[in-house]
Design a protein around this ligand. Structure first.
Ligand code: TLP
Length: 346
């Protein structure tokens, strides 16, 4: 919740990144044993990295400040300059990371299409050129689960395994941007490690639905993560007594995964309630509700006037996210507020 403005409570549904640390998380952070992590001496960071590597079934993991950094380190360690990465045209890595694959890794990106962020083996195969000096070398397939822009849609495990196998067969490596992997795991009952198994590098965030103030991890083989540690240092992401923040992330992984089911139930209720007021809301699979809008900026403003903060999407939608800081009462209040916005515009 953003707080109270003009006597009304503002309900912040812009993103699941807006949460504040809970009292339990804050005290875990305050009490965390720390050391200099660049010297490899922070016991809390080590614990977090071991925990996440274990949950994902990978040999090692690396803590970094953001999902953008773990994605970009994933691109760096899986490619060489002038290589090509293949990704979905609506992926976060392509659209929302400031052109970083070109900036940091010197690679070019080929955009692929497919429903809800899903890339099929056929689409991938057709996009990978034969060996020829004219072509950039295709090196890496980047996949996203859950897929943000399509409203937190889940990449079904079978489809994921099939396209990853195709990529490996074509000699590519696979990076998984799974800022919200645990949403997919909780919604389906499929362990996160089952998706991770098919990817060479996996990025997960503690700062989205899991409610930590900061922090993401990249997981992979020992060798890949050793390289990733060098890349993180070069990017300025080597942090010192990082256990202070890593404790928040560890707390998030240990205490806030199961409760994602509550966010999903609230997202379903939100979509239903909005539909009752005449909104065209997509039934969510996880914690993101997309509402169709001819003019997303106008709908965003109309809802803001009623005390509900949402994010305007580029392509005819606004996005509403449920998260740790909104409860059932907030969802009902948001539904009522959205109803008032409709009544005003009538
Ligand atoms: N997404 C943010 C915005 O950047 C759009 C949000 O509010 O959803 N991968 C995916 C799939 C993401 O959704 C995000 C954040 C990231 C990576 C980047 O994480 P951060 O913000 O930690 O760099």
């Amino acid at each position: 919740m953003a707080g109270v403005t003009g006597g009304e409570k503002t309900i912040d549904l812009r993103s699941d990144t807006v949460t504040r640390p809970t009292p339990g998380m804050r005290s875990a952070m305050a009490e965390a044993p720390v050391g200099d992590d660049v010297f490899g001496e922070d016991p809390t960071v080590e614990r977090l990295e071991r925990h996440v590597a274990g949950v994902l079934g990978k040999e090692a993991a690396l803590y970094a400040p953001s999902g953008t950094m773990t994605n970009q380190i994933g691109v760096m360690v899986n490619t060489a300059r002038a290589d090509e990465i293949l990704l979905h045209e609506t992926s976060h890595i392509f659209n929302y990371e400031g052109g970083a694959p070109a900036l940091l890794s010197g690679v070019q990106a080929r955009q692929l299409s497919g429903e809800a962020g899903i890339i099929s083996p056929d689409t991938l195969r057709a996009a990978v050129p034969p060996e020829n000096i004219h072509f950039a070398r295709p090196a890496l397939l980047c996949l996203e689960n859950t897929h943000n822009v399509s409203g937190g849609r889940i990449f079904p495990l079978q489809d994921f395994a099939a396209v990853a196998a195709e990529a490996h067969g074509l000699g590519l490596r696979v990076h998984l941007d799974s800022a919200r992997l645990f949403n997919a795991a909780v919604a389906t009952g499929v362990p996160a490690s089952e998706w991770a198994e098919h990817a060479d590098t996996v990025s997960v965030c503690s700062s989205k639905g899991l409610g930590a103030p900061v922090g993401s991890l990249l997981a992979g083989s020992e060798e890949t993560i050793r390289e990733a540690r060098r890349a993180r240092k070069a990017l300025g992401g080597g942090m010192r007594q990082a256990g202070m923040i890593a404790a928040g992330s560890l707390y998030a992984f240990e205490h806030h995964v199961g409760r994602l089911a509550e966010d999903h139930a609230r997202a379903r209720r939100l979509a239903e309630g909005l539909a009752e007021s005449g909104y065209e809301a997509m039934p969510p699979q996880t914690n993101i509700v997309l509402v169709r809008a001819e003019r997303p900026a106008d709908l965003t403003q109309a809802l803001q006037r009623e005390g509900v903060l949402v994010t305007p999407g580029g392509s005819g939608y606004v996005r509403l996210c449920t998260h740790l800081d909104v409860d059932d009462g907030d969802i009902e209040a948001a539904i009522r507020a959205a109803g008032r916005a409709v009544a005003r515009s009538a």
